[in-house]
Each structure stands twice: as structure tokens, then as C-alpha cells.
Design a protein around this ligand. Structure first.
Ligand SMILES: Nc1nc2c(c(=O)[nH]1)N[C@H]1C(S)=C(S)[C@@H](COP(=O)(O)O)O[C@H]1N2
Ligand SMILES: [Mo]
Length: 903
């Protein structure tokens, strides 16, 4: 490939800071002022007088931030979230529903603001809620420096201001997910869809972190610096680490910052204190900084391990869930940004007349490199890379290098004149004749950095979809007398972009040719889902329902659920479909749209009967964001003595998986605190909810833990995992559960179930109580788990006279679950407990009963129904076919349905 000089485009002259500013927006605000005055006013904003005047050797004519809007009102959609204290700009595009707040500005608005981004349009990446810090608490904000240091320090923000040298640096922050939507269109990653505006530049004021660490004196052997924020998330506080060496290096410019563009940090950007790491991905710049820990090893924070990594490309979402060692491999952790660029103008959807007065168009955009490296080249191709044109580059960051050595801004020394490194984005532009554009199919851009690394043509897809940086391609559509431009994607779920269009038309986006048909290649048109014509709503229903009302109906009485924003009352549904009760309870008070499309058409046809209203718009948004419906772990939440809640999902962290056999494991969950009890009465169940690792659909199932109901701090759930086999798809829930990494959360809700064992023979079934003299417990496989709870309660109470007959059916001896535990219960209780294991595929040495739990066995061991007053109750739990056949056999033996309890 050769660089050709287009006749009308001269090779740009060597860059100087002022020569190559983009000809049209961004209008870079800059100022001229007396260097000694250090006004914090954010109203200084003048447009540069003459861009082309040669810059003096020393000059304070560097860019200043655009005026930000006063923070006045909180947007209505935020009022119902934990961020109800955060005022925001409505122009920001929300990428993950209403909450948490992950947003980028429209790409052209970001570009139009110029070199510096106002706090209003600065991208935001919040993993959870924003800590609320009042203005009068800012100076008292405490943070610590601890770990492998001679002199651990606790200090306040006031101390930081008083005792340390302050600096102000221009720094571009970029989220590692910038441009991820493109990856998601190729193949869904585990991350949400950033467009190309997941980056912003600001003037950050604070203390060089090396100054702080020097005060604490790192010990020999210390190699990493860990940061932790104040935002408590489902998997702990947000935290990560960088190398101690980098932190100590003034070239790296890592700051502990308390001002952004001269103002106290906005709550979304870390008020009152954060780390800012120039040249590295935004994820390392911890906000709401509380703790700096010097260590010998990288951070073990969950977010350091499971976020901000580029795993090898062959690791797919399904595999990734079972590779703890791969995740921990520091080689895959991202620190420095990779070189990237994007086109901002022409905008997506922009039209340019081919018959107008203009004979050229200024194509323009941004570029950045990582690790302090400079972008040294930006190239444009109009023929898919056969030939390239050199674009002009403007580096407004260089203008700060001209400032006098002692220049201060916002109370901090600018201190950039000596610095070789580049911490900021730059702008590129190239005037291209309209005729050339009219003959081209697309415009592609690539940047190169000072180490001559150039952006690749092809995407490197990885499971988290990070550091996406292939050539940025804008397609040119020829319409009557005009050209229409099409970007690769639009952010979030917004439709549009050539990638989606090409994919829908059956193009293979990874064919090395942007999905366009290559000779000899077959295209596979993606099938459109057939439209389901069944009407789900009752048109007469006009009631508007709020999320509060919905949440009142999150329990087992009158459970309401939502499908596509419409509210249904599940009460009658429960009666009609006892088998579906769990899914209805699980969905109570929730959005069930995801589960719904698995329903039968019959079930769908019944929906208008249960339709009671429509959710209002704000409630819809909150619900679909999925955050508010579950408890949001906040630090001021009181420690609850009982874990399970009947109407809300509560998170517990998976802390261990213990293998019992080839397909059975005990999953141990840590409750919210060590003295918390689960809150599950004997005989009841709980619901577990998790997301399918691949499709992200919610999966809900009912389980009975095996842990003692009075046990504290932990929950043990025995699960038989139904693995996929070549012949047969396995269990979605059990495989998804198995693939959750240690440290991840699972949602729980409960208790559920009509049956409860109150002790000493007393049971309650729904609203009625009944006395039992003998339990006949019939189970198979993991159906033993609810039975086990009741059996243990009977056997552990020496005053409980109830007798139990247990018939446990399995395939082989190895399949018998909880065998030792049950044998233990038998000791000393021989008079109360009769235990029979029957095996359908026993070894020759097996001396117990053989075969399934069939008519022969049940006749022999259970026998015909004795008269009323014998006070027998049959508890049955096992796979559905087994439950059905036991039901039929016992029916023939005269047993009445009211004496049979199916779990
Ligand atoms: N405490 C805390 N710090 C955090 C995060 C977070 O969720 N919590 N997100 C990180 C990520 S992934 C990015 S990209 C940047 C974004 O910074 P900004 O929101 O100020 O733009 O903050 C980082 N620091
Ligand atoms: Mo990020």
C-alpha cells in the first residue's frame, strides 16, 4: 500500500500547535490573561482571535473549558433511583437504561465542544449508585494510604489541599469500552454498547500521586498501588490497581484529583476525590476515592479481575464464565489505551449536496494513543485501503506546553512544559473534493502512534468487547443530488449504522471486507422472527400503574407481573397452572418479558383476561433497567437479621463450589453479614435468579438449601448439574449456575411453597394446619433436598414422635445424594426412620431394592390408603415423570390428593 498525494490535497506541513486546528468546530475556547491571577471562574470563555497567528514562545493562550451549565434540577427519571441527588444533562445518551448511569454525548456535540469537554457532556461510567457527598462534607472527606508502607496515612481533602503541591493537567479519559457497539453487532459481548463518544477531556486539578506515596514511604517488595472507591456494588466496592513504579513516575502524571475544569468534582465524576490516570483506560481512574493500598500483588478486587480485560479472542461468553485463572492472568488486564480514531463529521445521517456551491468537504474527527504516546499520523482511504491520504492533525494539548513554567490554573501548577508525553486526544481533518467522495463507497480512517503502531483493518473481538479500534468506516450513499453518510453504529440500542444493516442483509461482518459480498462466499440471510399475532392486552383496560403499586404486588398473594410494559394479575394464572407457580412468583413485581416468549400460544391467548393496566413511562424505564426491582446495596442500609425477602430479590455472593460427584456440587453463598440467617422455614423453598451467561435472559428456579435453617452467614445449595450432551440439551439453570465465577452474586427471593413443617407432627399446608403421625417421603435425585429439611427437623428433635418412611430412587449408588447425612440422622432414630434406596442401574454388589419407584415397590412399602385418622402424609419430590407416575399409582391404591404433597 502506498501513500498517494491526491492532486488537490497537499501533504500537510509538520504540525505546529496552532496551524492545524480543525477549520470548523470544535471551537476551542482559550484565554489570555495575567498569569498571576488565578481566577476559578468558569465563565472565562473567549473564542480565540486569530488561529493562524504564530504562537509566542511563552503563552497562556491555551484552551479553557466551555462554560458548563449550572447544576440545578435533577431529571425526573433519576428521582426514582439511588442517584436522586445527582443533577444531570438530558443530552447524555443512557446506555444501560435509567440506572446505573452510563452515558455518552451525541458524537457531534462532544466534538463541537472542542478540545475540553464540559462536565455536562463528559461521558460517565458508573458501575452502581453515586455516593452522596454534601458540599459541606467535601473538605472532611477522609481517605487512607495503607498496606506495604512505613508510614500509613489517613488524611482529609482539607489536608490534601493544605499540605501538598497542586497541579492542573489536561487529560483525556477513555472508557475501555469506547466503540464497543461495533463489537456487539459482530457478536454480543458481555458489555453494553458504547458508541464512539466514550471519551472526554478535562482539566484535572490535584496532587501527583507520587508525592503522596513518598510521604507514606513504600516498603521494599511493594509493586502495586490499589485504589478503592466508596461505591458499594454487588461484588464489593469498586477497586483496581496500577503499578507502583508508574505511580512514582512524574512522567506518567497520575493524579489524585479534586477539581475538574476548575470546579469541585461533579458527583458522577467522583465528588469529592478521584484518581486520574492519564494514557490508561478510564477504569483505572477510581472515583470517590477512599483507600490507597500499596501491595506486592495486583488488586484482588472483583472489578479488577472481571472487568477491563481483553481475553484471547476464542474465549466466548459461555466459556469465560468458567475460567477463573484466565481472568486473573495479568497479561490480559488493560492498562495503556491502544491507538484509536473516529470520524465525527460527516455525522451519521448527514447529507451533503453534490450540486451545491462547495467543492470540497472537511472530513474530521478525533484520535488518541495510549501510555503517553503521541498520534503521529492519521490516514484516510476512499478505496478500502488501496491508497491513503494524509490528514492534518491538531494537538491543542501542545498549547499548554507554551505556558510559562510557573503558570497556575485553578490553584494548580500547569507543569506541562517539560513533559514529552501526550495525555490528550487530538483532532484530524482533511478537505476532500466532493467529486472524490461521490466516487467513493466509504471513508475510512486510521491513526498511527509514535511507536508506529497503526490501527488494524480487522476487529479483534473479545468477550468484554474492549479496546475496539479497527479502521473507522463511514459509508457513502449516493442519492439524488446528494451524498448521505452512514456511521458503523449508533450507541446503546439505538438502531442505525451500516453494520446492523449489512448483518441483517446476511453479510458476514468478519469476512475482512466489512460484510460486503466477496466472490464465492455464501450469504446467509438472517431470518426475521415470525410476528406473533396473538393479542396480549385487553383494549378496554385503561388503568395506569406505577412501579410503587407494582411492587406492592411482588409477593405470593396477588402477584402482578409485567410483559412489555403491560401489567398482569397472576392470581388466576396460579390457580389454573399450579406447575407454573414458581415462575409467576418469581416474576411477581418484575418484568417478565424475557421469560414470556417461552410460553405456549395457549397461555398467551389467556393473557388479555389477566391484563389489568399499563405501567407509566418512568416506571417502565426503571423496571427495564432492572436495578430498582432488586435491592440496591447501599452503605447506609441497616444490617437485616434475615436474608430472604418475599417481595424483593436480594443478592448473595457465591463463595465456594464443592464437588460431590461428577455432576453434583454444593454451592455456598455468603449472606449479607456473618450473623444473618436465611429466613427459610422447614419445608419451604426459595427462588434463585441468575442470567444466562450467553443470552443474558433471566432464569428463575426454586431450590431448597441443605444448610440448617438456623445456620448463620451462609447458604448451602446442593445442585445436580444437567450438562449438555451431544444428544441432549442440559439444564439452563444448573449450567448457568455452574458457570458463575466465585465472587459473583446470585439473586434470591422467598420463602415460597404452601407446606411448612412446624415440628412435633404439626404441619401447615396453605392456611390449614394438620397433625401427622407418619411421613411417607418419596423422592428421586436432587428431590431429596426439600425432603431432607423435614427429615432432619423430625430426627433432630428427640421429642418429635413422627415416623418417617423414605423411598429414595436413583440410578446408581454414586447418584445417591446426602447419603451420609441421612445415615447420620438414622443413628439413634432407628425406631422412627425407615430408609430405602432403590437403584435402577445398580452394580452387581448392590443388596438393596432394585428398579424404579414403581407400583410393585409402592404396594409393598406404602400399601393401600389406611382409614382417615391414620394421619399419614406423603411428601413427593423428584423429576416430573416420576412425580406423575407416583401420583397415579398411589391414586389406584386409594390415596386421596389431600394426603399427597408435591414439592
Ligand atoms: N469508584 C468507581 N470508580 C470508577 C468507576 C466506578 O464505577 N466506580 N468506573 C470506572 C470506569 S470503567 C471508567 S471508564 C471511569 C469513567 O470516569 P467518568 O465517569 O468520570 O467519565 O471511571 C472509573 N472509575
Ligand atoms: Mo470504563
Amino acid at each position: 500500500m502506498e501513500v498517494v498525494r491526491s492532486s488537490s490535497v497537499a501533504l500537510p506541513k509538520p504540525q505546529t500547535s496552532v496551524l492545524a486546528l480543525p477549520p470548523t468546530p470544535p471551537a476551542t475556547a482559550s484565554h489570555s490573561r495575567d498569569v498571576s491571577s488565578d481566577s476559578d471562574s468558569d465563565t472565562e470563555r473567549e473564542v480565540r482571535g486569530s488561529r493562524n497567528a504564530p504562537s509566542p514562545v511563552k503563552s497562556t493562550a491555551y484552551p479553557l473549558p466551555p462554560k458548563s451549565r449550572p447544576d440545578t434540577t435533577v431529571l425526573p427519571e433519576d428521582l426514582k433511583t439511588p442517584d436522586r441527588h445527582v443533577p444531570r444533562d438530558s443530552r447524555l445518551i443512557r446506555l444501560t437504561g435509567i440506572h446505573p448511569f452510563n452515558t455518552e454525548a451525541p458524537l457531534s456535540e462532544l466534538y463541537n465542544e472542542g478540545f475540553l469537554t464540559s462536565k455536562d457532556l463528559h461521558f460517565v461510567r458508573n458501575h452502581g449508585h453515586v455516593p452522596n457527598v454534601e458540599d459541606d462534607e467535601v473538605l472532611n472527606w477522609e481517605f487512607s494510604i495503607e498496606g506495604m508502607v512505613e508510614q500509613p496515612i489517613k488524611l482529609t481533602l482539607a489536608d490534601l489541599l493544605k499540605d501538598f503541591d497542586q497541579v492542573t493537567y489536561p487529560i483525556t479519559l477513555v472508557c475501555a469500552g469506547n466503540r464497543r457497539k461495533e463489537q456487539n453487532v459482530v457478536r454480543k459481548t458481555k458489555g453494553f454498547s458504547w458508541g464512539a463518544a466514550g471519551l472526554s477531556t478535562a482539566l484535572w486539578t490535584g496532587v501527583v500521586i507520587g508525592d503522596l506515596l513518598k510521604r507514606a514511604i513504600p516498603k521494599r517488595g511493594a509493586r502495586y498501588v490499589c485504589f478503592e472507591g466508596a461505591d458499594k456494588l454487588p461484588n464489593g466496592y469498586y477497586g483496581t490497581s496500577v503499578k507502583l513504579n508508574w505511580a512514582m513516575d512524574p512522567n506518567r502524571g497520575i493524579l489524585v484529583a479534586h477539581k475538574m475544569n476548575g470546579e469541585t468534582l461533579h458527583p458522577d465524576h467522583g465528588k469529592p476525590l478521584r484518581v486520574v490516570v492519564p494514557g490508561q483506560i478510564g477504569g483505572r481512574s477510581v472515583k470517590w476515592l477512599k483507600k490507597i493500598t500499596v501491595t506486592a500483588a495486583p488488586s484482588d478486587n472483583w472489578y479488577h479481575i472481571y472487568d477491563n480485560r481483553v481475553l484471547p479472542t476464542m474465549v466466548d461468553p459461555e466459556m469465560s464464565a468458567n475460567l477463573p485463572e484466565t481472568w486473573k492472568d495479568e497479561r490480559y488486564a488493560i492498562y495503556d489505551l491502544n491507538t484509536n480514531s473516529a470520524t465525527c463529521y460527516p455525522e451519521h445521517g448527514e447529507k451533503v449536496s453534490t450540486a451545491g456551491a462547495a467543492n470540497s468537504y472537511a472530513v474530521r474527527g478525533y484520535a488518541y494513543a495510549g501510555g503517553g504516546k503521541r498520534v503521529t499520523r492519521v490516514e484516510i482511504t476512499l478505496n478500502k485501503g488501496k491508497t491513503w491520504l494524509l490528514a492534518n492533525i491538531a494537538y491543542p494539548e501542545d498549547e499548554y506546553r507554551q505556558a510559562p513554567d510557573d503558570d497556575t490554573l485553578y490553584g494548580g501548577r500547569l507543569d506541562v512544559s517539560w513533559r514529552e508525553s501526550c495525555f490528550c486526544w487530538c483532532f484530524w481533518h482533511l478537505d476532500i473534493p466532493i467529486d472524490s467522495l461521490a466516487q467513493a463507497d466509504d471513508i475510512m480512517v486510521r491513526a498511527m502512534d509514535e511507536s508506529m503502531m497503526v490501527q488494524p483493518r480487522d476487529m479483534y473481538w473479545s468477550v468484554l468487547g474492549m479496546l475496539n479500534n479497527p479502521w473507522f468506516r463511514v459509508v457513502i450513499h449516493k442519492e439524488a443530488h446528494e451524498l448521505r453518510f452512514e456511521h458503523p453504529t449508533q450507541p446503546a440500542l439505538m438502531p442505525g449504522g451500516w453494520m446492523e444493516r449489512v448483518k441483517k442483509a446476511g453479510g458476514n461482518l468478519s469476512n475482512g471486507f466489512w460484510g460486503e459480498s466477496v466472490k464465492g462466499e455464501e450469504t446467509t440471510a438472517t431470518e426475521q422472527e415470525p410476528a406473533i399475532e396473538i393479542c396480549l392486552v385487553n383494549k378496554e383496560v385503561k388503568r395506569i400503574i406505577t412501579i410503587e403499586e407494582l411492587r406492592q404486588h411482588g409477593g405470593e398473594t396477588e402477584p402482578w407481573f409485567v410483559i412489555n410494559g403491560e401489567v398482569y394479575d397472576g392470581t388466576q394464572y396460579l390457580e389454573g397452572h399450579p406447575g407454573g407457580a414458581t415462575s409467576i412468583f418469581g416474576a411477581a413485581g418484575q418484568d417478565a418479558s424475557e421469560e414470556f416468549f417461552g410460553y405456549s400460544e395457549n397461555a398467551k391467548a389467556m393473557m388479555p383476561d389477566y391484563h389489568i393496566g399499563t405501567l407509566d413511562e418512568v416506571s417502565r424505564a426503571i423496571l427495564s433497567s432492572g436495578e430498582v426491582a432488586s435491592t440496591d446495596a447501599t452503605d447506609n442500609e441497616e444490617a437485616r437479621p434475615i436474608f430472604l425477602q418475599s417481595k424483593l430479590w436480594t443478592k448473595a455472593i457465591l463463595s465456594a463450589k464443592t464437588r460431590l460427584s461428577s455432576d453434583t456440587k454444593i454451592f455456598t453463598f455468603d449472606l449479607e453479614h456473618p450473623s444473618q440467617t436465611a429466613g427459610l422455614p422447614v419445608g419451604k423453598h426459595l427462588m434463585m435468579r441468575l442470567r444466562d451467561p450467553v443470552t443474558r435472559e433471566a432464569i428463575i428456579r426454586s431450590y431448597t438449601p441443605i444448610s440448617d435453617i438456623n445456620g448463620q452467614g451462609k447458604l448451602h445449595v446442593l445442585v445436580k448439574i444437567y450438562y449438555d450432551t451431544p444428544e441432549c440439551k442440559g439444564g439452563r439453570m444448573t449450567q448457568a449456575l455452574d458457570s458463575i465465577p466465585i465472587g459473583h452474586f446470585v439473586d434470591f427471593k422467598g420463602p415460597t411453597g404452601r407446606f411448612e413443617y412446624l415440628g412435633r407432627g404439626m404441619c401447615s399446608i396453605g392456611a390449614t394446619q394438620r397433625k401427622v403421625k407418619r411421613f411417607i417421603m418419596i423422592c428421586g435425585g436432587s428431590g431429596i433436598t426439600p425432603i431432607f429439611q423435614v427429615l432432619r427437623a423430625v430426627m433432630k428433635d428427640s421429642e418429635d414422635p413422627t415416623r418417617c418412611l423414605v423411598l429414595d430412587g436413583n440410578r446408581t449408588e454414586e447418584d445417591i445424594l446426602l447419603r451420609a447425612e441421612i445415615d447420620d440422622l438414622k443413628t439413634g432414630n432407628e425406631h422412627k426412620l425407615t430408609l430405602l434406596h432403590t437403584l435402577s442401574q445398580p452394580e452387581a454388589s448392590w443388596t438393596g431394592p432394585r428398579g424404579r419407584i414403581d407400583a410393585r415397590l409402592l404396594e409393598k412399602e406404602v400399601g393401600p390408603y389406611a382409614e382417615p385418622g391414620s394421619d399419614d402424609l406423603v411428601l413427593i419430590c423428584g423429576p416430573a415423570p416420576m412425580e406423575k407416575s407416583v401420583h397415579a399409582i398411589l391414586g389406584k391404591l386409594g390415596w386421596k390428593d389431600e394426603d399427597l404433597m408435591f414439592f
